[in-house]
Write a protein that binds this ligand. Sequence first.
Ligand code: NAP
Length: 461
Amino acid sequence: MTMIQCISPVDGSVYAERQAMGFEEAAAVVDRARKAQRSWAKRPLEERVQLVLKGVARLNEMADEVVPELAWMMGRPIRYGGEFKGFNERSNYVASIAADALAPMVVEESASFERRIEREPHGVVFVIAPWNYPYMTAINTVAPALMAGNTVVIKHASQTLLVGERLVRAFVEAGVPEDVFVNLFLDHDTTSALIAAGKFSFINFTGSVEGGRSIERAAAGTFAGLGLELGGKDPGYVMEDADLDAAVDTLMDGATYNSGQCCCGIERIYVHESLYDQFVEKSVAWVSNYKLGNPLEQETTLGPMANKRFAKVVREQLSDAVSRGAKALVDPKLFPADDGGAYLAPQVLVDVDHSMSFMTEETFGPAVGIMKVKSDDEAISLMNDSKYGLTASLWTQDAERAGRIGREIETGTVFMNRADYLDPALCWTGVKETGRGGSLSVLGFHNLTRPKSYHLKKVTK
Ligand code: NAP
């Protein structure tokens, strides 16, 4: 039997462990979820929506436990209060559009015919969730999937081992029937074996590109629907007419908040030559204000990375870039808590280019590279020089120009004068190796249901 462990980045201790379930045991749980799905789907939509919202409310009541638990499991400072804002915003928004998003599309309703397309739940939806925003990434699928009449099985990341268990406990305590929403502790092989055995009707995987590839391979031939929300290397582009202070503030926050562990975090910034020097100077000052330290202490503003192996990747990319000519501008002496392990000082690199993995591979840490550009064309070509395509953040006062550039950029989302935010009314999606599918918005509901056509010819005398 395999034990799954969460090693805390706070002090390297084993914070939690759970036994991984074997195939037979896990398959029996999924089979029960499948059996429960029909009666769940028969309940009125409004009842399902309200039960999900009650589950969300119950989790909010657990905030005093959730916030330190997150700090222990993945290092986010307690001062940020967990991720309830986004968690609640997304849940409330999807609840508010559920009835319209799931309403039949009526083509004809006459004396001779009824023709319409209804939305049916897929059946059992499998959510495989990452540790970086463990509640927010999970709720993107859990809430609309349940509201739409699916049952949901969740497998959470080892790094945030207790999140799936807690989420399910909150929902069940709030009245969601057992078997309608269940948590599994699984290793990778059993996860893949369950998928390959056709146990799920739809799978939402949020995580790394490599993980996404494994899931796609496991699902091959089962015809299960797949949503793959994978990595990113999101750029910012600061044009000559940008509000400089706002750009520095939002882009640096986007690059470093949550120790840079955000799928849509800013990883590279292109700045028009007229603003470049000022932008760099202000960015270094902004980042230097962080207080790196123990996430359980109130004054800490930057916690450790979630695992020292993630910090190792960032350190290797940084030293490789520096060995190729990049310049690191943040003084390490300002961050005595940097221990060469999970506690990692933030960093800003200049004199970078796309021959460096730091500018092309996902860094997923509190470090960002800044390059000078002369024109929109140069910026567009650099932004598109990436195997990923999640978001791009454009800084200008000209919405028409942002729209024009946006149409040239290969990403799922184009921001103007903001970054690193999921708007639940818009579709969260990516292109290239960032994956496929889309969550949130009306389209998220459509992806969690299938169309069924009704073509009813009436008998007329
Ligand atoms: P990860 O290592 O791929 O893990 C994600 C989840 O998948 C975890 O539950 C993990 O379980 C599981 N998993 C990974 N490989 C698997 C396999 N071969 N078979 C079965 N299960 C597997 O990713 P992560 O490190 O948790 O998350 C960071 C990545 O997620 C970054 O690349 C980030 O950009 C991406 N992300 C993308 C989005 C988006 O919306 N596009 C949002 C958030 C994060 P274990 O933990 O047990 O290994």
